[in-house]
Design a protein around this ligand. Structure first.
Ligand SMILES: Nc1nc2c(ncn2[C@@H]2O[C@H](COP(=O)(O)OP(=O)(O)OP(=O)(O)O)[C@@H](O)[C@H]2O)c(=O)[nH]1
Ligand SMILES: [Mg+2]
Length: 219
């Protein structure tokens, strides 16, 4: 029972910080997404392709979360976008406090879109708010179509699902229809995109939808 209470206290404390972050984001009019997936599902690659298509239209900032290294932040900065790397030193998710500290590196008033790339993990990131407007998750077709059944919270928490690496569908035993049906059973308003970031399929609908979300917040 003690363990349960400790976890609940941690989550409540985090929610308070996340609400403060959300207030900062609202005052600045910056739209914030929390990008989540298993390790290697393609978060950074999708982000690179997205930045290439949106950077002329809006000012973007990125916070990269990894247990160690600054590889992902370096990849993003090659596209001329400011990226701040957070190293969690072992923690499997980002929390509100880590994001609050990273925000000091940005002039939020000048940003339209802030993307938080979470630590690769299909469990913990779903439990922690960071003040984001929405969570977005990627599921690579190489991970299998049973994942909504096994990791439901992730899908319930996500406003959008990118079914990723669809160029690999001929080589893997995975039904996109089954993923879609199982994800919608968990959250019926989930927006679903089928994307290959390497081949380019499905990037435009994803990018245009994201741009419309940013524009909505800007009013
Ligand atoms: N075939 C294929 N490979 C892809 C696609 N997108 C990314 N990859 C490859 O998948 C691997 C992992 O991509 P990343 O973008 O680093 O994945 P990530 O989710 O950011 O990884 P972590 O940050 O370590 O969790 C790389 O070798 C990419 O080239 C895709 O659409 N199709
Ligand atoms: Mg990455």
């Amino acid at each position: 029972m003690t363990t349960v209470r400790v976890i609940r206290d941690i989550l409540e404390a985090n929610d308070r910080i996340a609400r403060d972050n959300a207030g900062l984001f609202s005052r600045s009019g910056v739209f914030v997404i929390n990008l989540m997936s298993s390790p290697g599902a393609g978060k950074t690659t999708l982000l690179e392709r997205t930045i290439e298509r949106l950077a002329q239209r809006m000012k973007i900032g990125v916070i990269e979360g990894d247990i160690q290294s600054s590889i992902d932040a370096e990849r993003i900065e090659r596209h001329g976008v400011k990226a701040v790397q957070i190293n969690t030193g072992g923690a499997c998710h980002l929390d509100g406090n880590m994001i609050r500290d990273a925000l000091d590196e940005f002039d939020l008033d000048t940003l339209d879109l802030l993307v938080v790339e979470n630590v690769g993990n299909l469990v913990c990131p779903a439990e922690f708010q960071v003040g984001e407007d929405m969570k977005v998750m990627l599921l690579s077709v190489t991970e299998g179509d049973d994942k909504p059944l096994k990791y439901p919270l992730m899908f319930q928490q996500s406003r959008a699902l990118v079914i990723h690496k669809i160029d690999l569908l001929p080589y893997v035993n995975c039904s996109v229809e089954a993923i879609e049906q199982r994800a919608r059973a968990l959250r019926n308003d989930i927006e679903i995109f089928q994307v290959s970031s390497t081949r380019g399929d499905g990037l435009e609908p994803w990018v245009e939808w994201l741009a419309s979300q940013v524009a909505n917040k800007r009013g």
